[in-house]
Design a protein around this ligand. Structure first.
Ligand SMILES: Cc1cc2nc3c(=O)[nH]c(=O)nc-3n(C[C@H](O)[C@H](O)[C@H](O)COP(=O)(O)OP(=O)(O)OC[C@H]3O[C@@H](n4cnc5c(N)ncnc54)[C@H](O)[C@@H]3O)c2cc1C
Length: 412
């Protein structure tokens, strides 16, 4: 492979995974070509929680300082019983969390995260981002990869050492990996659950309804059989992001849609009047079908394709870790490839082996959270008892493996 090509990386997708990968590779001296199918970069969804395992990497990549002015550092995660509004548990975040995990826990508007990543991208002359360009095919061979993107009916080619598929849950690059591995079944599937999202101004009637029942400077989670709702401040506290989770039907093979609002009101049966009032006042709600990607099949090929973020292993959002895993994937992939200059493609398999146990553990944590938060009857009673006897300190220590995670191989 010629020298220029061996220092070039092509990325499909400019979401959290793709933009973080672009910065991480450019930091290590690679020339990066990013193709994004959307004509403009728009952050899908409203709020995002960024735990210390993610913000630590954003700090190393020079992104965090650009995000901090718009983000909020919540004081704690507060779990409440949705029927009684009684506080069940409190996990300290804020300064205590930052001391404990070495980086801040943040909540932000997704657009603020995207702006921070884009501001960093704009400073790096070796990153070339093209929007309105959909990656459709890739040729691989001993001289590296050649990816083909369609722009306004035109076809352009980009050569490089590798193609990074950061193109989300409905990834086209994944199909290329699957056909290379002769895999037949579709990997993405509807989880049977809907996420309902709304953003409310803090000074609106809905904002006041939330202030009456929640903790405005915290991440508040209301737990109920078959339902939970997470609420936290965004935009420096000027607004609150609400995300409620219920069972529901598949809406469409896309992100947001109009779900039947009756599902949400039905799921609220038995919750406190204050919470029902908040949900009524906060509308209109946008419903998001939750899709996951089976992580079992390969994320890499020996010929130079790697899947990261949701394209590789979209998970349910019950641990609030999908974007954090995308950020970890991106930074570790760049580190492993750069650290094996003699055989960077062999680094792809090394990277995949390194990431699999971590992603599996985080996925399991999401499944446990879902069971615990949506529990009913004796299981809910046992959960509440467990949370009552477990100190805040112990609850924080239970998260050390997740938030205190260090990317051992990342150098700057
Ligand atoms: C309700 C909900 C709440 C969540 N909350 C959190 C949270 O609090 N914290 C957290 O860490 N995670 C959270 N997540 C998960 C998180 O949103 C995702 O894991 C994360 O956004 C995935 O980023 P990504 O870059 O891999 O994919 P995406 O954000 O989907 O980006 C993929 C990009 O690729 C582009 N693309 C697609 N195909 C092509 C192609 N062929 N060529 C070029 N471009 C292409 C798309 O247009 C898109 O811009 C939540 C998810 C949901 C559903």
């Amino acid at each position: 492979m010629d020298d220029t090509r061996s220092r070039q990386v092509v990325i499909a997708g400019a979401g959290v995974a793709g933009l973080t990968a672009a910065v991480a590779f450019a930091e290590r001296g690679y020339c990066v070509r990013v193709f994004e199918q959307a004509p403009r970069l728009e952050a899908a969804g409203a709020g995002i929680q960024l735990s210390p395992n993610a913000t630590r990497i954003l700090r190393q990549l020079g992104v965090l300082d650009r995000l901090l002015p718009a983000a909020v550092r919540p004081e704690a995660v507060v779990l409440k019983d949705a029927a009684t509004l009684r506080e069940l548990a409190r996990v300290p975040l804020g300064q205590a969390g930052e001391r404990r995990w070495g980086a801040p826990y943040l909540v932000a508007h997704r657009a603020d995260l995207q702006s921070a990543l884009m501001a960093r991208v704009a400073e790096m002359p070796d990153i070339h981002l093209t929007t309105g360009a959909r990656v459709g095919s890739v040729a691989t061979g001993p001289h590296g990869i050649t990816a083909t993107a369609e722009i306004d009916g035109r076809t352009i080619e980009a050569e490089g050492l590798l193609l990074v598929g950061a193109d989300g849950v409905w990834s086209s690059v994944r199909r290329l990996v699957d056909s290379a591995q002769r895999a037949t079944s579709s990997r993405s599937r509807f989880s049977g659950e809907l996420a309902w999202r709304a953003t409310i101004r803090a000074d609106s009637a809905a904002g006041q309804a939330f202030a009456a029942i929640g903790a405005t400077n915290c991440v508040t989670t209301f737990l109920h059989p078959g339902f939970h709702m997470v609420a936290y401040p965004v935009s420096k506290g000027a607004a609150f992001n609400l995300a409620a989770f219920t069972k529901g039907d598949r809406i469409a093979e896309g992100w947001s849609g109009n779900g039947d609002a009756g599902i949400l009101t039905g799921a609220l049966r038995g919750t406190a009047a204050g919470l029902t009032r908040l949900v009524e006042q906060a509308g209109p709600w946008t419903a998001w079908p939750i899709h996951t990607v089976d992580p079992q099949q390969s994320w890499t090929t020996p010929t130079g394709i790697a899947l990261i973020g949701d394209a590789a292993h979209a998970m349910t959002p019950f641990a609030a870790q999908g974007a954090a895993m995308a950020i970890e994937d991106a930074a570790t992939l760049a580190a492993v490839v750069a650290d094996l200059p003699a055989d960077p493609l062999a680094g792809l398999a090394v990277w995949e082996q390194l990431r699999r146990p971590r992603v599996a553990q985080v996925t399991r944590r999401g499944a446990v959270n879902r069971l615990a938060w949506h529990a009913a009857g004796p299981v809910a009673i046992a959960r509440n008892l467990f949370l009552k006897v477990r100190s805040s300190e112990k609850l924080a220590a239970d998260l050390d493996w997740l938030y205190g995670w260090q990317p051992q191989i990342i150098r700057r």
